[in-house]
Ligand binder design. Structure first.
Ligand SMILES: *Cc1c(COP(=O)(O)O)cnc(C)c1O
Length: 235
């Protein structure tokens, strides 16, 4: 068995153990394989192992991969999880199914305007900054409701939930504290919203705490594809 396949089996197992521990159904947590900086051949290995959900951070690189796989495997799910520059929104709107990193109305509006008519609405998450001044991406918790209402008015995108990237933290209890505010807000917003079902939190280092905190989608790079090499990355 190739190592990517093995890794997928192992991470899936980790998710189901974590889910079982807190009384959740393992099926309620989706594993997104974060393939940024990794070659097409690695993604092919994951697809051959039956995996369908992938995340990319860089627009150019991500679009090339989406285009390549659209030929052979049009039913894969592609999530954009990187920072968004205004001049790159069209490429994102034309290729990805999901965007996790919405942190301003202007970006959401451009994505909605640029989403092609023959594609389903773009599925989006609001990125929330739960780490305060230590982190520059995402909006504060108390601005989420207002941005969500503005996004509701946009025709070609659908708000599906919330996402965060807390400061890396190795202690389990601290990981739990970092996830708690977002998971509380998500639960609260679910009461009044339709199709609001996705809480994107958890990476290779904090998967268990994320699942225990109610995450419905964990974004796992290193534990699936191995360590990344950024030496020939342009941005
Ligand atoms: C790179 C990245 C991940 C995956 O990180 P690992 O620690 O390799 O699992 C998840 N989410 C985002 C937003 C990322 O940029």
């Amino acid at each position: 068995m190739c190592s990517i396949k093995q890794n997928l089996v192992q991470v899936t197992r980790q998710i189901s153990v974590a889910a079982e521990k807190c009384g959740r159904d393992e099926q309620s947590v989706t594993l997104m394989a974060v393939s940024k900086t990794k070659p097409i051949s690695d993604i092919e290995a994951a697809v051959a192992a039956g995996h369908t959900c992938f995340g990319e951070n860089y627009v150019q690189e991500g679009v090339e991969k989406v285009q390549y796989f659209n030929e052979k495997h049009p039913s894969l799910d592609w999530h954009f999880i990187g920072p968004i520059q205004s001049n790159k929104t069209r490429l994102i709107a034309e290729h990805f199914g999901w965007v996790h990193t919405i942190d301003r109305f202007k970006t959401a509006k451009r994505l909605s305007d640029q989403r092609p008519e023959d594609m389903p609405p773009l599925q989006v998450l609001i990125q929330v900054n739960t780490s305060g001044e230590e982190s520059k991406s995402g909006i504060p918790l108390d601005e989420v409701e207002s941005l969500a209402r503005d996004i509701d008015a946009l025709p070609r995108i659908t708000l599906r939930g919330l996402m965060c990237i807390p400061q890396p933290e190795s202690d389990y209890d601290r990981q739990m504290s970092a996830f708690a505010p977002l998971s509380a807000l998500f639960t609260e917003m679910q009461v009044t919203r339709d199709n609001f079902d996705t809480l994107s939190m958890g990476m290779s280092g904090d998967l268990e705490a994320a699942v225990a905190s109610g995450s419905t989608m964990v974004r796992i790079g290193t534990a699936v594809f191995g360590a990344r090499d950024y030496s020939n990355k342009e941005s």
